[in-house]
Design a protein around this ligand. Structure first.
Ligand code: PBG
Length: 313
């Protein structure tokens, strides 16, 4: 059954489609800005006008949608721009929904891009205060929904944030806005290039007091189950390829849609190896995405989204 491509196609168990891919995009202040990110070749910090142009391409390639990360004008101790109605992401969502009403726009709900210290929440006594951070997250999610976001995606890893966001959305008149929860998010070295892109590296310490220990699997199931009970509509596992066992176990246990995030470091490793002539870029890209789908992800957040859609065309 492997003798030729038509036979292989007949018995292939996993298929990829452009609509399986969500493209992460970084939006920054200004006009006409298209600044390439050093550690993530082919990815850019985009001003809103450039973002709209990029998303016209995304739509014509038939991708599943985009997820937006904001680089604010100014950062402060209390992450003001994360939940401001005229914040960078809120303005970007309004422009996108006006220009491309059919495009699925997901917003990342977190504080690390907006705090001067680079942590994902309110810092009290040298560490992030979980409960004090919930209010910021709820306000940010509501401001995104008000701007027109189709899905909000909390990535902070505070306990209880899905419940807090669900309640706030319902009270603000957005009972149908779904929550995509970064449910099992590991404290991973593979986020390194992203922190350059989003200018969000922590200024002291690390994120190990709130993101998960890479050694743990049962804890991931507990995290997912908590988020399901709090009202998550989609759960995500992140990173993807080093955590295929987590994706598979979640697929077998939970009925919700499952997303996986092929993170910046996973992307950059393949691109760097390909640039050195050590790997075939397109084959490495397609094999990694196929593996993530095969493990059980319904859709994938990936910096390869556009290239993979072109490869499938
Ligand atoms: C924000 C956030 C991060 C990523 C997505 N949302 C960075 C982090 O937790 O430090 C990483 C995505 C990537 O590496 O592509 N908390």
């Amino acid at each position: 059954m492997r003798a030729n491509e038509p036979l292989r196609r007949l018995v292939r168990e996993t298929a990829l489609e452009p609509s399986d891919f969500i493209l992460p995009l970084f939006v920054c202040p200004g006009e006409g800005v298209r600044r390439e990110i050093g550690a993530m070749p082919g990815n850019y910090q985009l001003s809103i006008d450039e973002l709209v142009k990029e998303c016209e391409q995304v739509q014509s390639l038939g991708l599943g949608g985009v997820i937006l990360f904001g680089i604010p004008e100014t950062k402060d101790e209390i992450a003001s721009e994360a939940y401001a109605d005229d914040g960078i992401v809120q303005r970007a969502v309004r422009s996108l929904k006006r220009a491309l009403p059919e495009l699925v726009v997901i917003t990342d709900v977190c504080n690390c891009e907006y705090t001067s210290h680079g942590h994902c929440g309110k810092v009290v006594g040298g560490d992030v205060d979980n409960d004090a951070t919930l209010e910021w997250l709820a306000k940010a999610a509501v401001s995104h929904a008000r701007a027109g976001a189709d899905i909000v995606a909390p990535s902070d890893m505070m306990d209880g944030r899905v419940a807090a966001i669900r309640r706030a959305l319902d009270e603000a008149g957005f009972p149908t806005t779904p929550i995509l929860s970064y449910a099992a998010k590991y404290a991973s070295v593979f986020y390194g290039p992203f922190r350059e892109a989003a200018e969000s590296a922590p200024q002291f310490g690390d994120r190990r007091s709130y993101q998960m220990d890479p050694a743990n699997v049962r804890e991931a199931m507990r995290e997912i189950s908590l988020d399901v009970h709090e009202g998550a509509d989609i759960v995500m596992i992140k990173p993807a390829m080093p955590y295929l066992d987590i994706i598979r176990m979640a697929r077998d246990r939970f009925q919700l849609p499952i997303a996986a995030y092929q993170v910046s470091g996973e992307f950059s490793m393949i691109v760097a190896a390909a640039r050195n002539g050590w790997l075939d870029r397109e084959r490495a890209m397609m094999e990694s995405l196929t593996a993530i789908r095969r493990a059980g992800a319904d859709f994938i957040l990936t910096y390869f989204a556009k290239d993979a859609a072109r490869a499938l065309a």
